[in-house]
Every structure is written in structure tokens, then in C-alpha cells.
Design a protein around this ligand. Structure first.
Ligand code: CP
Ligand code: NVA
Length: 312
């Protein structure tokens, strides 16, 4: 049975298959109206969400199934009254597929090990695979290929989106350059860098981390940034993080160093004047709402693929 926990677990062929399926679903959604009739998705949330919650719930209803939103703060698990083991064993008897947005990545790994239905990582502090599948779909739509392109990621890089990009881009043969401040707190995990670099060597692409924002962006086909204040970062860190990340802000001056026709991505939520300026996110190179829309299509494909491998 297949899960979606880390993009590092997925082979390039599987990613390509899901992206192709997502394109077909986007083109002819009416063909999939009854694809998941009588199927139920459980959506467990420990953190806030707009896109993930609404796109999964809408996607499931457009496929003829049903989605349940479950706020973990109101669960026995969240109250410390029940274990992950008993929670997952119980819900596996009710629903056909589970997605969870959690703080601790180890917990989603544990959930997938215990569940008897497929489990989807809807963001942990460590990875955000659904987002990166939508990003790859968006880049492919705009640039008509993935292999050989260069993506530059700027800003907070000890970050779920950065980690999934490192895995996702290298699997698909894309070069990735990360521009971030020095220090473990702001840089990609050493383990992810090691694994992505090994994949890059296999696929004939490159991984680079630089402290120089211009060097990161030079000639890039895609420029990507993410919030400096991810959901798990405490509010008292704001001033320090603004100071540290400001040299990596994506503004019109920095965009000039990217390739002609480069596109701008941000997984959203975004704050204008922080990780990017309004001029960039609201400008002609920005494709952030196509990117957000593609969450809907790609997650339908993910659910269809995972459920096709489920024994239930
Ligand atoms: N990009 C993303 O996952 O957005 P939400 O936090 O709104 O779900
Ligand atoms: N890195 C961000 C992504 C939000 C979708 C966070 O974890 O909050």
C-alpha cells in the first residue's frame, strides 16, 4: 500500500504519473465525478490551513466522496488522553484514506506505519510533499518541461517546503539552488541535502546552497520563496528573522538576475514586504494562484493513486 509521507519515498516515474493524471483531471474534471463515490477522507489538523483544507475537501467532494475535518485540538490524542496507535487503528476501521497536518514529522511516519489505509502528509515541520507536487505541475505547465530547468529558492531554508523541493526537483532532473543565511537554524537539513545531492548525481542535475541571493537567482527559470514565519515558528522570533532573512527578500531588483521569462512561486500564505515585495507577487511573473489551484488537481490524482493501491 502506497502512502505520501516524503517525496524522497516516491520514484520519479510515480511523480510523473501523478502529474500526468493531475493534468487529465484538470482538463476533464467531469470524467472523475464518480471516481471516489462512497469513499471517505479523514483530514486531521494540528495547525492552521486555508489551501490544504479547502482543496482537499473540495477535491474529495468533486470526486464523489466525502471528507471529514478533524481539529486535533479537540481530539483525545490532542488532549493527551489517547495514543497515536489507538487513534490510527480506530480511524482506519472507519475511513478509506487519512491526511494529517502535524508538527512532528516522526508522528506522520508512525501514523503511516500503523494505518491500514493510505496516509498523506499534509505538512509537517519537515516536509510538504503535496505542495511540491502542485509546484512541479505548475512549472511543467508554464515551462513545458522539468528536466534541465533551474529553480532558485530564497529565504528560510530549514523549512518543510525547501526540503520537499530539494527532493522533488532533483527527482525530476531539475537543478536547485538554495539562497539562505548561514547557520543550521536557517539552512536545509544535512540529511536532506545529502539525499538530494545523491539523487541529483543520478539524474544529472545539481544542488547548491549559497549565502548570496544574487548567485542563487542568476539565470534561474523559477524563483521560489516561502514565509519567514512558518506556522511552527513562535511570534517572538519575528524581529530576528526579519533581520536575518531581509537580504534574501525576492524583490524586483533580485528578479532581474533570473532568466528572462522566469516565473515566481510562493506556496502561500505570503506577506507582502517580507519574503517578497508586492511588486513581485502581484506582478506579471507571479503564478502563485495557478500554483494554489493546482493543489486541487494534484491532490485528486494523489488520492486516486493511493486508493488504487489500498486493500480496503
Ligand atoms: N500552501 C499551503 O499549504 O497553504 P495552507 O497552509 O493554507 O494550507
Ligand atoms: N513553511 C510554511 C508553509 C505553509 C504552507 C509553514 O510551515 O508554515
Amino acid at each position: 500500500m502506497l502512502h505520501l509521507i516524503s517525496l524522497n519515498d516516491w520514484k520519479a516515474e510515480l511523480i510523473a504519473e501523478v502529474l500526468d493524471m493531475a493534468g487529465q483531471i484538470k482538463g476533464s474534471p467531469e470524467n472523475y465525478r464518480n471516481a471516489l463515490v462512497h469513499k471517505t477522507l479523514l483530514m486531521m489538523f494540528e495547525k492552521p490551513s486555508l489551501r490544504t483544507r479547502v482543496s482537499f475537501e473540495t477535491g474529495m467532494s468533486q470526486l464523489g466522496g466525502h471528507a471529514i475535518f478533524y481539529d486535533m485540538t479537540t481530539s483525545p490524542l490532542g488532549a493527551g488522553k489517547e495514543t497515536i496507535h489507538d487513534t490510527v487503528k480506530t480511524v482506519s476501521r472507519y475511513v478509506d484514506i487519512i491526511m494529517a497536518r502535524l508538527f512532528d514529522h516522526a508522528k506522520i511516519v508512525e501514523m503511516a506505519q500503523l494505518a491500514t489505509v493510505p496516509v498523506i502528509n499534509a505538512l509537517t515541520d519537515f516536509e510538504h510533499p503535496c505542495q511540491i507536487l502542485a509546484d512541479l505541475m505548475t512549472v511543467r505547465e508554464k515551462k513545458h518541461r522539468l528536466k534541465g530547468l533551474t529553480l532558485a529558492y530564497l529565504g528560510d531554508s530549514n523549512n518543510n517546503v525547501t526540503h520537499s523541493l530539494l527532493y522533488g526537483c532533483t527527482k525530476m532532473g531539475m537543478n536547485i539552488r538554495v539562497g539562505c543565511p548561514p547557520g543550521e537554524e536557517f539552512s536545509p537539513s544535512a540529511k536532506v541535502l545529502r539525499e538530494a545531492t545523491a539523487t541529483a548525481a543520478e539524474k544529472g542535475c545539481t544542488v547548491q546552497v549559497t549565502r548570496d541571493a544574487v548567485e542563487a537567482v542568476k539565470g534561474a527559470d523559477v524563483v521560489y520563496t516561502d514565509s519567514w514565519m512558518s506556522y511552527h515558528i513562535p511570534p517572538h522570533k519575528l524581529n530576528e528573522r526579519v533581520r536575518v532573512f531581509t537580504p534574501y527578500q525576492v524583490n524586483a531588483e533580485l528578479m532581474k538576475h533570473a532568466a528572462k521569462g522566469a516565473i515566481f512561486l510562493n506556496c502561500l500564505p505570503a506577506l507582502r514586504g517580507y519574503e517578497q515585495t508586492a511588486e513581485v507577487i502581484d506582478g506579471p511573473q507571479s503564478v502563485v494562484f495557478d500554483e494554489a489551484e493546482n493543489r486541487l488537481h494534484v491532490q485528486k490524482a494523489v488520492m486516486l493513486k493511493l486508493l488504487s493501491t489500498s486493500k480496503k
